[in-house]
Design a protein around this ligand. Sequence first.
Ligand SMILES: [Zn+2]
Ligand SMILES: [Zn+2]
Length: 341
Amino acid sequence: MKALLLYGPRDLRLEERPIPHPRPHEVLLRVRAVTVCHSDIHYYRYGRIGDTVGNEPFILGHEFAGEIVKVGSAVQHLQPGMLVAVEPALSCGHCRYCQEGNPNLCENLRFAGSPEQDGALQEYLCWPAEFLHPLPKDFDADEGALLEPLGVAIHAWDLGKLRIGQSVAIVGCGPIGLLLIQLALVGGASQVFAIEPLAYRRALAEEWGAIPLEPGEGLAEQITGQTNGYGVDVAIEAAGVLAAQEEAARIVKRGGRVVLVGIPPEDQLLLTHHLVRRKGLTIKLSRRMKLVYPRAITLVQRGMVNLRPLLTHTFSLEEGRAAFELVERYADGVIKASFHL
Ligand SMILES: [Zn+2]
Ligand SMILES: [Zn+2]
């Protein structure tokens, strides 16, 4: 089978590997769709994320769906032929944090598409059955893959604790931000501000019913002007740049909540202390997601969230470099690029 390996910054190589065999609690998947995430771009550019460094070649891809080819001897509830979405974070289930109901904080976590666990940019892979979610009939593989970023958005949304009728700003309208906008629109927000430098992404947010605004000078004044002088109740930062953290803190009301989802390349948190202290802000950092797949599937199945507008480009495994560079450069109106294997 074909596998796309990352050897170092910007060094992708297509190689032949043997098809693996599932262990008793695993399932062998034929990977069908893998969508590209900005965290993949971090690895592609720098060969690392924070202190997670890839010393050996490894396989990227953590947003994916596949078709079951074979099930391990101990797997009861899944059958060959099923299309499944894949939870990419393998939590241990027995450490203190898993036991406390926070598998996203598991101390033994292994994550697909990182140096410690090969991801899905390969034709076949084995995955533990308990981390697979069978998809309803009308789902395609791209939608299955995009349940992962939707899960990240749902977890961030939960942390914002927005009450019905309150206002929210989403700072950064990449895939996660756009999904947060959809959640805000079905989640009872009275006003949804979409703050984004790229015009085509603002336009999509506006089409859905959000109020589009550009970041930078004058943003805080525009938002206070549209919220009776107070600022929004909740701001969720999904831009992954340092300036957006501060921007979120500036546009939120006194006593409001700021949720930070983005991962800035500087690997830092940068907020003006007197600003966040005087306002008495609650600042919450979002760490991946927990136990949200069933809700993600329901939201899509009932038409409350539409994943299809996010998918703008498709590539084959041979076109790895082109896919990563398109996403890296925000070229050609890209929102999500998907590998079809
Ligand atoms: Zn991702
Ligand atoms: Zn654990």
